[in-house]
Design a protein around this ligand. Structure first.
Ligand SMILES: C[S@@+](CC[C@H](N)C(=O)[O-])C[C@H]1O[C@@H](n2cnc3c(N)ncnc32)[C@H](O)[C@@H]1O
Ligand SMILES: [Zn+2]
Length: 484
């Protein structure tokens, strides 16, 4: 079974629980410490815990043992995608609480039902869509929306996204507002050398940059990156660890990273690394309401079952490899490394909850699963699906424009680095040893050779070399182009 995270969310593709098992037996992370320690803690696992915040240094890369992003760098590239089965596997080996096990078991069952009977879900989606549209119109008639600012600017963007995310109200509203913000606020005139960290399959990046600029795209997952590598605005594709990008200090005008920071526990370390290489950084994160405002937790919270609501949210965070901090904690870290030149927040917990009803109806934790999406895009249904999605998302954005901004789930920042080198000594890629990697992929200092496979440079430290070894161009070619 495949499942890939979009924003902080998953879609799934038929396949490979078995692949995962096989993969595990070949190269299984067998030790508890091979999985996010934070995850196992949150699941209530009774395991021998690695000391929290103990910094390790592997291949020159500093990270804390409770770094949730290790899940991506160690497990995901091998699996090609995020996989709930993989998380359950990990959890099973680390003895999760009975409650977590029950939720995961239910989720696995839902996935199977959905795959067998995707059409079953359509009447519910259409009925919910029509009902929400009627209710939102009523509410907006009583209290009209704001007609200025980010929300108003983002409304026309909705139509660019509805074909990619039919009934994916969460993804469409989030990405429309994020695009509305970035297109307006990026320091376009100062951006010459731009890199995008964790670019994924590049569809969102293409919408940000359109024809305006070319970027170097970086990601740890070569299967996703391969799709980005062939897009016209991507001039070079680098498989690397974006928590410590292989760039020289001060060598970049802008480092942009969309929908990535929420997968990082030690945000300070990553923001510090970024602030050293780039004059400007643009990035976003989520508040803990990303999981707490999903309909099940939200409803439980509203009826006073706070404990249960929190426990469900914690399991969802784990399944989503999320590490979320309160807004003020995040902003203190951001301010330490950047002078914030622009920021925005959107998607109140309430709007977010309403937009996520469609995922819940699909018994899913993220955007509409691929098999249901294909049914919605059937030639007989396409116009109706996309038309309803457009109307619904337009109304949700209007609804969100009147909400209190202190309850927003999505936070975006553009910052000027406080510590970037004024004049870069080197412009090319940085080897693990700190030397310069030349055009032919060889380090001028230590003579280490990096390779270019399938149009992508693999600039990986020793402990991540398996990402390159496991890359299979044929499997990558079979993977859907749009998957995030
Ligand atoms: C939620 S997706 C976002 C993709 C894209 N920016 C977008 O907005 O559609 C997160 C991406 O982060 C990548 N990623 C996770 N950990 C990484 C790491 N340590 N280094 C580089 N990329 C990483 C994943 O492979 C995935 O493509
Ligand atoms: Zn070197």
């Amino acid at each position: 079974m495949f499942s890939i995270f979009k924003l902080p969310v998953a879609i799934e593709f038929p396949g490979d629980a078995e692949d995962f098992q096989e993969d595990c037996s070949r190269q299984a992370p067998r030790r508890v410490s091979d999985f996010p320690v934070q995850a196992t803690r949150r699941l209530g696992a009774d395991v021998e815990e690695a000391p929290a915040n103990l910094a390790r240094n592997e291949g020159g890369l500093q990270f804390s043992v409770s770094e949730i992003n290790e899940y991506y760098t160690k497990t995901k590239p091998r699996l090609a995608a995020f996989n709930p089965a993989a998380v359950s596997e990990a959890a099973a080996r680390t003895e999760p609480s009975r409650f977590a096990r029950f939720l995961m078991w239910g989720y696995a069952l839902a996935v199977r039902i959905r795959r067998l009977l995707p059409w079953l879900f359509l009447p519910m989606l259409f009925a919910a869509g029509l009902l929400e549209i009627a209710l939102l119109r009523l509410v907006l008639a009583v209290r009209p929306p704001e007609r200025t600012g980010l929300h108003e600017r983002s409304r026309p963007i909705v139509r660019e996204l509805v074909d990619q995310y039919p009934f994916g109200a969460y993804a469409v509203v989030w990405k429309s507002l994020q695009l509305g913000y970035l297109r307006e606020s990026l320091p376009w005139s100062e951006m010459h050398r731009v890199v995008e960290a964790a670019i994924g399959e590049g569809t969102f990046s293409a919408r940000v940059f359109q024809e305006r600029l070319k970027v170097d795209g970086m990601d740890i997952n070569p299967i996703s990156l391969k799709k980005a590598a062939v897009l016209p605005h991507v001039q070079r594709a680098l498989v690397c660890d974006c928590t410590e990008p292989p760039l020289h200090p001060g060598s970049v005008d802008l480092l942009i990273s969309n929908n990535f920071l929420h997968h990082v526990t030690d945000k300070g370390r990553v923001l510090r690394n970024w602030s050293k290489v780039a004059r400007y950084c643009a990035f976003n994160d989520c508040t803990p309401d990303w999981s707490r405002a999903l309909p099940p937790s939200w409803i439980l919270r509203k009826v006073g079952l706070i404990g249960l609501s929190n426990r469900i949210a914690a399991v969802v965070d784990t399944l989503g490899a999320q590490s979320l901090q309160p807004r003020e904690v995040l902003e203190a870290t951001v301010n330490e490394h950047f002078e914030v030149v622009s920021s925005a927040s959107f998607f109140s917990a309430r709007t977010y909850c309403i937009a996520n009803v469609y995922s819940l109806l699909c018994l899913h934790m993220g955007p509409i699963p691929e098999e249901i999406k294909q049914c919605l895009l059937h030639p007989w249904l396409r116009r109706m699906s996309t038309g309803l999605t457009q109307e619904l998302c337009d109304l949700l954005i209007q609804f969100d424009s009147r909400e209190r901004r202190d309850e927003d789930v999505a936070l975006c920042y553009i910052g000027r680095s406080r510590s970037v080198a004024a004049s870069p000594r080197q412009q090319g890629l940085r080897c693990e040893c700190g030397g310069e990697v030349n055009e032919g992929g060889e380090c001028n200092a230590c003579a280490l050779r990096y390779s270019c496979v399938d149009g992508m440079w693999f600039i990986l430290p020793a402990h991540l070399k398996y990402v390159e070894a496991n890359y299979d161009p044929r499997a990558a070619a079979e993977f859907p182009r749009e998957h995030l």
